[in-house]
Every structure is written in C-alpha cells, then in structure tokens.
Design a protein around this ligand. Structure first.
Ligand SMILES: Cc1cc2nc3c(=O)[nH]c(=O)nc-3n(C[C@H](O)[C@H](O)[C@H](O)COP(=O)(O)O)c2cc1C
Length: 351
C-alpha cells in the first residue's frame, strides 16, 4: 500500500544512515574575504524565481503526503515556509490522486501564505505501467488540490528498480512531460542521482521551465529501499540497493551540467546555509533541502522554523565572508573545487 510505503520512507530517512558516502558540497571551497566592507543587516537574500518573489533562495523539497503523519509534517513545513517567505514542494501526490479522501494531507498547506507552491507527480505515473497512466484530469486535480504555482515531475528510476514493488517501464516519458509542460509550469527534478547535460537539454527542448538537480551526495533512495527490502526479506532488492548506494552525478557537478539556459535548483545533500551558498556559487538560483528538515518538521512547527532560520542565518554569514551583498554577487563569489568533485568538473570542461 502506498500509505504504508510513505511512512516507512519517513521513518527510515529519520533513523537509518541513508546518505551516500561522500557529500560533494564539501569539495566547493568559497574563498574567505577578510575585509567584507558590508553591514550584515543590509544583506539582501531575495530572488525572483518563476515570476515569484522569494525572501530567500531556499526551497523545501518534496517529501511527503498521504498519511496523518505526513499531514502534520506538511503543515509544519508550510508554516515555516510562510514565516520565511520561501517556496515549498509537497511529496508525490499519487496517494491523493488515487484516493481523494487523502487530499487534506496535502491541501493542509493551503492554510498558509506560501509564495510558491509546487505539486508533485512521479514520472513513472505519467505512462502506462501495470496501472494506467494518470489522465490530464488527474494531473489537474493534483494542481488544484494545493493551488499550485508549478508542478514537480520527479525522475526516480533507480528507486523504482530497487523498490520491491517498483514500476519498470520508462518509455515515452519525455513526450508526456512535453505535453504537460505545454499546459503547466513544469520543473523536473531528480531524487538523488542528478541530471546530466544531455538530459537537461532534452528537458529544455520539451518546454520544462526549471530543473532541480537532486544529485548525489545526500539522501540515497537506493539506501532507503535497501532498508525496506531488508525488512521484507527481499535479498534480490537488498543486493541492488547496496550495489547502487552511491550511484549518480554529484549535486554540484550536476548544477554545472544543467546550465542550459533554464533556472537550476541545486539540491541533493544540502545540510546548512554554507552548502546553500556553495550551490548558488555553482550557478543555482536556489537550493532545495529535504532530509535534513524532516525530523524537525516531524517534531514541531517551532523547531522547523528555527531550523530554517539557522540555515538562512548561515547563508548570510557566508555572504558576508565572501563580500556578497546579494544573491547575484554570491553567484560569482570566488571558490576553488577540490577532489573528488574536481574530476567531475574537468569532465564537463572537456565536453
Ligand atoms: C522521506 C523522503 C521522501 C521523499 N519523497 C519524495 C517525493 O514524494 N517526491 C519527490 O520528488 N522527491 C521525494 N524525495 C526526494 C527529495 O525531494 C530530494 O530530492 C532528495 O531527498 C535529495 O535531497 P536531500 O539530500 O536534501 O534529502 C523524498 C525524500 C525523503 C527524504
């Protein structure tokens, strides 16, 4: 059952070691400026993204919905998003599309004034699997459920392969994305394995409005599904989960590969405001945070708001220390790239 799977994902992400072995944001070293000549209180973190004004370049990445536990997490995240004036995505809306009685576990976010709300649908659900693909009417229902400004379509084919009950068909997705992109503001995101230059170009040609790299370095869905397979005694899927634990394109490299003329969200492994500054210095317009927000969002509204305020405070400290008055200046802050990320960047230079 989807609902049970979603709770397992949350509990495993909260309590098990589910990250990849290396966090590549550590390989982006911003160069310290000892004479900032900036008043901390005058720093401007605002950005324009998809015709909306956000107070800070932070996006609460898609995580959940479909259960009472998820409803509470979504409510707390939404309250924090309103307070901070930042964007928020909800988790895959499949559960509520298939069972309308679960709609409130997502639509609870409508109680808050969030500057940019992003619906979420899995790419595998856009084409026929054992179950029929979602229709246009079902997609419209997901968008209206949270009065969304944009839709995330997530790519998660590694997860589908490792998941005991995963979908196996990946044919025809690009065409369907392009149909949906002609009616809605579509952002395509990965979920921990990153986007290459070739994929970014295909998505741009398909009419997608922004890319969210969801790269390697943070949450590994191979790892999460490994733990689920272990619990289910499914040795075959456990084996695949362990084999592909560290599969993917490092998040910072993916941000670079995705510079094809669309706004890019840097995500996958962001832990704090310094990582967010690093993402912006690599060419991202904003950074997406998922797992590091989960436990606080589960605990309370106050705790998640505080957590986000700390991330934004550290972003501002990084801005001051790189003499970056605003986000545009931070985008060109001086930095060096160390190994192992450097080799990934060199591969791109050589393309
Ligand atoms: C518990 C959990 C549930 C998630 N569910 C979804 C989902 O439903 N849809 C989606 O697009 N991404 C989902 N993700 C992926 C995140 O949005 C993000 O791309 C990924 O976790 C990498 O970011 P992180 O390293 O900051 O966790 C989920 C992540 C977590 C931790």
């Amino acid at each position: 059952m989807i609902e049970q799977r979603k709770e397992e994902h949350i509990r495993i992400a909260e309590h098990e070691a589910v990250t990849s072995d290396h966090n590549y944001w550590d390989d982006v070293r911003l160069i310290h400026h000892a004479l900032p000549e900036i008043d901390f209180s005058s720093l401007d973190t605002g950005i324009n993204f998809l015709s909306k004004r956000l107070k800070s370049p932070l996006i609460i990445s898609s995580m959940t919905g479909g259960t009472q536990l998820a409803k509470n997490i979504n409510r707390n995240l939404a309250s924090a998003a309103e307070k901070a004036g930042v964007a928020m995505g909800v988790g895959s809306m499949r559960a509520a599309i298939e069972k309308p009685e679960l709609a409130d576990t997502f639509s609870v976010i409508n109680e808050f004034r969030i500057p940019l709300k992003i619906a979420n649908i899995g790419a595998p659900q856009l084409i026929d699997q054992e179950k029929k693909a979602f229709t246009d009417a079902q997609i419209e229902r997901a968008v209206t459920m949270i009065e969304a400004d944009a839709i995330y379509i997530h790519l998660n084919f590694l997860q589908e392969m490792v998941q005991p009950e995963g979908d196996r068909n990946a044919r025809g997705i690009l065409k369907r994305i392009s149909e949906i992109a002609s009616s809605y503001t579509v952002i395509v995101k990965e979920t921990g394995n990153g986007l290459s230059r070739e994929v970014a170009e295909d998505l741009k040609d398909a009419g997608v409005k922004a890319l969210d790299v969801g790269g390697l370095g943070g949450t590994s869905f191979s790892a999460i599904e490994y733990y689920r397979a272990k619990k289910a005694g499914d040795m075959e899927k456990m084996n695949s989960g362990s084999t592909f634990w560290n599969w993917g394109i490092p998040s910072p490299a993916s941000v670079k590969y995705c510079q094809v003329g669309l706004p890019v969200i840097g995500s996958g492994g962001l832990r704090n405001g310094l990582d967010l500054a690093r993402a912006i210095s690599m060419g991202a317009v904003a950074g997406g945070f998922a797992r590091v927000l989960l436990q606080s969002a589960d605990n309370s509204e106050e705790e998640i708001s505080t957590r986000i305020s700390w991330i934004l405070r550290d972003l501002k400290i990084a801005m001051l220390l790189t003499r970056s008055r605003n986000i545009d200046a931070l985008a060109s802050a001086r930095k060096i790239i160390t190994e192992p990320l450097k080799s990934w960047m060199d591969a791109y230079e050589g393309e």
